[in-house]
Design a protein around this ligand. Sequence first.
Ligand SMILES: Nc1ncnc2c1ncn2[C@@H]1O[C@H](COP(=O)(O)OP(=O)(O)O)[C@@H](O)[C@H]1O
Ligand SMILES: [Mg+2]
Length: 308
Amino acid sequence: MLSEAKHPRIWLKGNAETLRCAQGGGPSGVTLFSVTRHQQADPVSQTHLKAGLRMLELRNLTKRYNRVPAVDNLDITLEPGEVYGYLGPNGSGKSTTVKMLTGLLEPSQGHIFYQGRDIRDDLVEYRKHLGYVPEEPLLYPYMSGLEYLQLVGRLRSIPQAVLDRKVERLLDLFSLRGRRHSPISAYSKGMKQKVLVCAALMHDPDILIFDEPLSGLDVTSVLVLRGVVRSLAREGKIILYSSHILEVVEKVCSRVIILHKGRVVANENVGRLRDLMHSPSLEDVFSQLVLEEDTEQVAKEIVETMKM
Ligand SMILES: Nc1ncnc2c1ncn2[C@@H]1O[C@H](COP(=O)(O)OP(=O)(O)O)[C@@H](O)[C@H]1O
Ligand SMILES: [Mg+2]
């Protein structure tokens, strides 16, 4: 439960419209902060209540590093059953958003609601519903893949017998069985990535967040992972798939959110977005929306510089 003393304005911000209605439609501002303690004791997102859905909502979400916004006032709703491609050039704020979604970073402003509740109210509980594949394959190098997955499973409180079966099966399916006893330090980047994917899926979470999950994976694993993501969407999971690779997003995602300098410049169904921009592929859409550099020219100049 939200502590009013700690976050006096959280509930109010997320529910300005409701409050206005409740108080007879008065103007925003002063009236917003004059509700009773009783009303503030229920910090739920009204969008969630209206839709009756198990969704993830980013509301006025901002993260600043040294006063410079890396993510600026995001307003995004993620619903179950869709795969949201989170797309943008390097430095556009994808990983910063993902880190806030996983609770690793605290927003400078704004909130994230899951099932209508601010995730920061009870991060431990929220994380039980979350599977996260980070961009960096940070794993314990001296552990084997098998040991690592066993450790993660135990931390997730998966019963030992189930865990043993799950780990064996996942190692098999991701073609890691032959190397399951080798230390992770001896794994290739792709193998490490597969271990991270297994770890994220193991507790059957409701929310899955992938940050550039295909880096280092071979073709077969890419195809397997794509299939997994699509199946998870059909199962009604909430999926955010962050990547700067357009082709991948186009193949895996049903919706695409395009980020540019920390702001959302498009949030559309993939097909619709293309229609809108009269472009044959998302790549064109992307160039129209965010690409500022003349890539051909830059490439030419790099080669010329090499010859200097
Ligand atoms: N820990 C940090 N300290 C300062 N600036 C950061 C930090 N992390 C990210 N940034 C900056 O925030 C912006 C967004 O970064 P990031 O979210 O990693 O982008 P993306 O994942 O889209 O490549 C970039 O300008 C980056 O330099
Ligand atoms: Mg990133």
